[in-house]
Structures are given as structure tokens and as C-alpha cells.
Design a binder for this molecule. Sequence first.
Ligand code: ZN
Length: 263
Amino acid sequence: MKPVIPPPPPTAPDHAVSRLRLARLAASAKPFVARGSGGGRCAGCRLVASHCVCALRPRLTTRAGVCLVMGDIEALKPSNTGWLVADVVTDTWAFGWSRTAVDPSLLTLLADPQWQPVLVFPGEFVPPERVVTALPTTAAMGRKPLFVLLDGTWSEARKMFRKSPYLDALPVLSLHPDEVSNYRLRRSARETHFCTSEVAALCLALAGETHAAESLAAWLDVFTTHYLSAKRSAVLDRGSEAHLRLLALDASPTEPGRPASLA
Ligand SMILES: [Zn+2]
């Protein structure tokens, strides 16, 4: 009888947040120990191996890109959802933020003429003349939207916004979705503070990429279901509404969207 060889455990995905995480770990004097990380975590999804979600990860082709500017240890947190954005959106970049230095690659990206960068931030904290609620019209002229998201705690995001002069020239896209955040992984002081992958999904929807937006939202829901099941030692329902929605979206891929909401 042939021995049954189990498949190798998933390895860390080769995407921007995964690479930033490895770089941050390498730069760390002390090993980072995530809360509740006693059990072995999967390198592919950061969940305990029994709750690995890697087999369900969607990969999409999108026209829009996402640029994550991340707080110091954000890429190390197993609950960080910028990771989920990088899982799904091929053109995702991730940069660690520092008050005193900026990665030259970030400046190069922001200056790249194929992209129209917009900084996503709540409009109530921004002078009104900088705020837009739809994509700038240059996106309709061949430049692809690049959504710049400040990925960290709310206080980190505000600090990044105030102390990053290279972001000062960008238009600020203020999102006004009707629904309150579904994010259940971490509590926020602000009830309407969206998590990073929710913000990215709203941006993709605004760029006309409905399928990608729905896939990213479903991916967050599936990830959250696995994460909370592991955290609470509750039974994992692999046939949950979120799982079924993700599978249905995976079975109906569509072409990358065009900017549809510029009217
Ligand atoms: Zn995994």
C-alpha cells in the first residue's frame, strides 16, 4: 500500500504585506509574540493550523491598485486585514511608516504616471478643498486608481496623515458608506471606523470593480469566521453564509472593472 503523503503546509504568500512582515521581523531586536499565538500558526494565513483558510484564498485581477502605509507593528499582527487586501489584489504595495524617513519606493510609486493616487481618509478631518467623494477625472483618462490607505490604529492613522508631507498633495477620498463596520476582530473607539480591507473593498466598488469588492468583503468575512472560531474555541462552520458567498463569487469571475462611478 502506498503511504499517504500529506500536502506540505502552506508557506507565506509572496505579497507585499507578507514581505513587509518578514522585513519587520528581521529588523526586530526581540521576537514578536502575537497574543494567543501559543499554537502553531499557518505561515500562509497566520491562523492556527487547524483553522487554516489558505485553500479558500481568492486571487483577482483588478485595474485599481492599493498602497498600504502601515503602522510600526501592523504587519506583524495576525488580525491585520491589510494582509487580506494583499491576498486578493495583485497590485498591492505595503510600506512601513516612520515619522522621520520615507521609503524612496513609495515616492516613486506615488509619482508613477500610470497611477492616480488618492489618499483615503475621513473627510471631517481634512480641509474641504482637498476632499473628493468620487475618483478624480484623471482616472477616466487612462490613469489607474491607486488607493493609498493608512493601515494602523486610528491614532496612528491620524499621525501618519498629519506627519507625512509627501501625502499632502494627494486628493483625499472620503467614503460615506451607509452600513456600520462589520469588523469583529478588533474593537475600535470609533464605531464607524472601518478596517483596512473593508475600506479597500469600498474603494474597489467605487472604481467599478464590483466583483473584486464583493470577493474581498467575502474573504474578510470568511477569515473573520475562522479567526474568531479559533480565538473562542468555537466550532468552525465551513459551510457558513460567508463561505458559500465566497465560493459563489469564485465560480463567477468577471473582467476587471472600469471606473464606473465617475458621473
Ligand atoms: Zn493557512
